[in-house]
Design a protein around this ligand. Sequence first.
Ligand SMILES: Nc1ncnc2c1ncn2[C@@H]1O[C@H](COP(=O)(O)OP(=O)(O)OP(=O)(O)O)[C@@H](O)[C@H]1O
Length: 758
Amino acid sequence: MDERELQAERLRLKAVTAVIRKQLDEWEQTERKRKSDMNELAKHLWEEVTIDPQASAESAVSLSQQTQVWAELHRSYGHASAMRQALEAALPSPYFARIDFREEGQSAAEPVYIGKRSIVDEASGRYLTLDWRAPLAGVYYDYGLGEARYETPEGEVRGYVDLKRQYRIRNGELEFAIDTGLQIGDTILQEMLSRNAGERMRSIVTTIQREQNAVIRDDHSPVLIVQGAAGSGKTSIALQRVAYLLYKYRKRIQAEHIVLFSPNLLFADYVSGVLPELGESNMRQMTFHDYAAGRIGKQLHVEDRYALMEKLLAETDETERARREACIRFKTSADYMRIILRYIGHLEREGAIFRDVIYRTKPIVTAETLRDWFYGRYAAEPAHVRLDKMKEKIVDAVKVYAVRQTKRVFRQLQNDPRYLGTDKELMDWAKRRVGERIDEILEEVGAFGFVDIPAMYRQLLEDEALFRRMAEAAGAAVPPDWTSMKTYALEWLSRSTVPYEDATALLYMKESLEGLQTFNPVRHVLVDEVQDYDVFQLYVLRKLFPRARFTLLGDLNQSILAEAGLTGYGPVEDVFGREHCRTFRLTRSYRSTMEISAFTTSLLPEGEPVEPVTRSGRRPALVIASDAGRMTQLAARDAAALLADGLQSVAVICRTQADAYRAHAALRAEGAAARLLTRDDARLGSGLLVLPSYLAKGLEFDAVLVWDASAGTYVRESERRLFYTVCTRALHTLRLYAVGEPSRFVAEADPELYDVES
Ligand SMILES: Nc1ncnc2c1ncn2[C@@H]1O[C@H](COP(=O)(O)OP(=O)(O)OP(=O)(O)O)[C@@H](O)[C@H]1O
């Protein structure tokens, strides 16, 4: 670009900045004015109310009018404040790109400047910047120079891109501008990628790639499946997609109508900065485990995926592990899901188990009566309707009982010489005493405490003949070691604990018998790390969000617990209906340098394809230490050097949490200021972090130090994907530490792809 052109760009930036400043001033003034009007009016209202508390009808009318004025002022103040904030956010860098789009049939192209939000010059009505989510802005992401088109509500617009330019503007200064052809300029992308990993994820709107844009803007498909390599931007896409949906459907969809299922608290916090950065509110975030555990209830403790991972990784008894893995494989299968669905149907006809509704030791309504109601009086209705009607009847019975019991207690108090008081006092006392317990009972009844779902589940496990009948009716095969599997689950349940693999069955029995607690207002559900969900969990999600569209993002290469996750997307299509699903495959990976990518790709010879962007760094290093003490010293030394070098986050990733505790203690003893992360942590933070492998999923760090990548630690073939996932967390530096021989995963990798230090 020549100097004249550059100068013109600088002048334009100045002009745009001046308009923004002017608008900012005006909105600031409006905001201040509204605020002072509100204060004034509030004072006035207050005086009116306090001076004349017995307000006449007339002054009541005036009061109500003034309240309306106050509400209007408040709304206007909120608007002014939002505008002020948006302009303030735009001021340092109002736009990042420009396209000159010439509509078909027109001779001149119109320059369009694209930014995080639209800013309109009120005097001329022209767009100074156009929101990146606007239809025309999509051209910037989708096309190079030449023919282009985009969709508008009025139809397709065709034309030509005559110019495509990118800018870096910081603090209102144009640092550089470059014209790009086909791809979005590699220079700026490279620069984005070479930055340090933050404590929070950042938006990628300035460099969204064409294949990513297709996912972000697809609003035709009811179910989007995105298979994307590690670092291909799945999480980024999910968040930019939320921002896009909030923009496009702003009249109908607000942030509370969108739910993101994330793997854990740490991840939820990590992604929580992107939408505010884009000027939008955060969507709701949920984890499947929290939802299930909350619904299953406080009486039963539900094992989460992390506890399961820790248990499996730490298990040294191979037979015990194989037994557990077999349980998980079967219980998360489509066969088991079908058996449970059959059983739920069966319970509508026979076998339901109820609990007595008890006042202290006396039953108000017995389980037997409840059974009679369920299969007799209300048998014609679906189960959840029967239970609702039963609930009403129980509440009536409890209330009648409460009145009788209160009288009984009152008489006892009257006859007991230890209690002195008037009849009214004794009656109040009786009411209070009975009332407390009655309230508890009513609360339990309200939450269907009279339906014993765990007992019904246990019954299915205990009664093998019943189980086989259900399996046969469902067309499902019963594994030969079923007896051992059921014994295992029954042992857990007898300790009021639900194994991970049984939780979905229990959850769904509850949802379906008591009536699904559906999230009807939710319009979009995004599931990140979908490879970690099994078919039954996905089925439950579909049922819970009946009016939502789904975006499911995952990576089969990172299926770290293959027994309880997806190994292909067939089951997803089965659950959601193949005709509703559209699959995208993203193979380009943006996170790691080419050297790290080449190494990690070679760890999974049979894996899904990955193609790194061209960004160079040092080759990964395998550091061989003579013993554990030496390994700690080397890791501590390297971590300190990397941090001193300007890297912001250095993660020591261990195989298990137990290893992480030990590594953390050892590193601290070496003088390293390391911070330990566990699954209860809600903030990632920066500096030197120590965490277990499965917790690092979805996150990224400037440098990853793989703790104890030794032959004796990462042994099992089934942990190959886990090892891969750990290594793919690194942006710039990957170092693996082994005591003696390295793990077979490293030993089998191409030795050209890493350096060895000993
Ligand atoms: N178009 C892009 N421009 C700039 N940076 C990008 C782009 N796409 C992805 N990135 C960056 O690449 C990194 C990986 O992105 P992200 O975490 O979204 O990938 P992912 O597919 O969810 O990864 P994984 O499955 O390995 O957890 C992030 O730092 C993200 O900012």
